[in-house]
Design a protein around this ligand. Structure first.
Ligand SMILES: [Zn+2]
Length: 511
């Protein structure tokens, strides 16, 4: 099942960005984080440090005391960080800002937000200057190649200037909060926030002392940082390895999850490519060196991009394989399954040092595939969705393996879960706006269904005719997949008594 040849993928080019770790109260230090709006297309409802992309005008703004560096962006990215933090929080880290009243700062911020003034003119008009030495440099991070959007983000840290307060103007941001770094970490452990690695790592370093945290972070050797990126700990005990797989565009990777503490399970090691398998091997070897035991490999469903690395991993580490009976039957001869997972079964994983338990409840969620399993971690409200919901792109419901009626039932079952704090999908980014995303999926399918009915009312009779009428936003190359989707909708309409099959390829609305 492995191949030495890897297809060429071109990752998205990262954009320059700056973020600020804003601190206050040196005696009882607190850090500021924001919650991104649920309406954003990327990292919706994530917690993050304030910041954003470099602006074309940032180059024109002078800044003093730039540290010596071979990096020509050293100055301009500090300017970007200072401008962004002013726009997003109202904190103005500039020499002379102490002369401005809170009202004046708010006025200037509104002028800037409305594009009535540039940041450069604002500074000049008020006689303010920027000083790079007010900012400490923290590590720089680049979004992993598997992500649909990528940023090359420079992190800085600064103290909130005396006499200033932060204020979030809702829009792109939903909320802002000052909290102790240890409190932020606890939320991460409990599943009460979704954050990316740079934030987790910064919070860990900050909780060990804020005064030299940046230096300590910068001293972390590159191989250690590479390791963090090779398996992103999305929340405590939920490790995500995005592995390149032959999957359906726009996805290029399949998410393999390693979950637990002293005992762990590996879900969907899907890559058939040798070098991707080696990356996962290294992650697992490291867990084993820490004294952790991998209990078993779990497969969510039968598709090649979810099982492509199972045989290799099972053999290399002598691991049993577990999945749903229907999946086991379908992949019989390809992958040897040692244990069947029943609907509602709970897999319990413990960690002695922290006293934490991960309780993964198996949910049989057919629709994308007959034997599809999802896993619901009860303590944190984390849902491993497999291909039932994905981080970007769409879920293919292709009969006979796919079934639209069952798929809708599975999505509704998700909504019935008592607490949902994150969806960890088989492809793309982790989704923090869990219920919103599931509701969006249901609404999207129901809207498509009505479009199919409308196309049939207008005279379309075959799946191909319906695709032409309904999938006007889909490139022709995808029409074959769309036709399978239409067949899935037709099956559901027939099951609901709203349509009937006239012949094998012709359909009509029930009267
Ligand atoms: Zn799939």
């Amino acid at each position: 099942m492995s191949s030495a040849v890897t297809p060429v993928t071109s990752p998205v080019i990262p954009k320059d960005a700056a973020a600020m770790i804003l601190l206050r109260d040196p005696d009882d230090p607190k850090v500021f984080w924001v919650k991104r709006a649920r309406t954003l297309r990327f990292m919706a409802s994530y917690h993050a440090f304030p910041g954003g992309q470099r602006d074309a005008g940032d180059h024109e703004i002078p800044i003093e005391n730039i540290p010596h560096s071979a990096d020509e962006m050293t100055g301009v990215m500090r300017v970007a960080a200072i401008r962004e933090i002013f726009e997003e929080t109202g904190a103005l880290i500039a020499c002379g800002a102490e002369r401005l009243s809170a009202e004046r700062r708010a006025e200037l911020r509104a002028e800037l937000a409305a594009d009535r003034i540039t940041f450069k003119d604002l500074l000049a008009g008020e006689g303010l200057t920027l000083d790079a030495s007010l900012l400490k440099e923290a590590p720089r991070w680049v979004t992993p190649a598997s992500m649909p959007r990528r940023y090359d983000t420079r992190f800085f840290s600064a103290w909130l200037p005396e006499g200033q307060e932060t204020e979030i103007i809702t829009g792109e941001l939903e909320d802002g909060e000052w909290l102790r770094p240890a409190e932020a970490l606890q939320k991460w452990i409990d599943g009460d926030c979704v954050i990316v690695t740079p934030i987790t790592v910064a919070m860990q370093a900050l909780s060990e002392g804020v005064h030299d945290f940046a230096e300590r972070m910068l001293n972390v050797p590159q191989h250690e940082r590479d390791h963090w990126e090779s398996r992103v700990e999305m929340r405590k005990g939920f490790y995500l390895c995005a592995l390149r797989t032959p999957t359906i565009p726009p996805a290029t990777h399949t998410n393999c999850f390693i979950i637990g503490g002293d005992e762990m399970v590996v879900i969907d090691p899907g890559s058939p490519y040798t070098e991707e398998q080696a990356r996962l091997d290294a992650v697992i070897e490291r867990f084993q060196k820490q004294g952790r035991r991998i209990r078993e490999i779990i497969i969510t469903h039968l598709h090649p991009d979810h099982i492509g690395g199972v045989n290799h991993l099972a053999k290399k580490f002598n691991l049993p394989v577990a999945t749903h009976r229907l999946t086991a039957e379908a992949i019989n001869g390809e992958v040897k399954v040692d244990r069947l997972i029943e609907d509602d079964e709970v897999i319990e994983l413990n960690e002695q040092s922290s006293g934490l338990t991960w309780r993964l409840r198996a949910l049989w969620t057919p629709g994308h595939a007959r034997g599809h399993l999802s896993f619901y971690e009860e303590r944190t409200g984390t849902l491993i969705t497999g291909d039932c919901v994905v981080g970007f792109g769409t879920v293919v419901i292709a009969p006979p393996e796919g079934n639209m009626t069952e798929y809708m039932v599975s999505l509704r079952r998700y909504l019935d879960l008592p607490k949902l704090t994150a969806l960890m999908p088989g492809h793309g980014p982790v989704l923090a706006d869990s219920r919103g995303k599931i509701e969006e999926y249901i609404a999207h399918r129901l809207a498509r269904e009505e479009m199919v009915v409308a196309a049939m009312t207008a005279g379309a009779r075959t799946p191909a005719e319906i695709v032409k009428a309904v999938y006007t936003d889909t490139p022709a190359a995808m029409h074959q997949l769309a036709e399978l989707s239409v067949r899935a909708h037709l099956e559901k309409l027939i099951a609901d008594g709203r349509a009937l099959a006239v012949t094998e390829t012709e359909f009509a609305l029930a009267v």
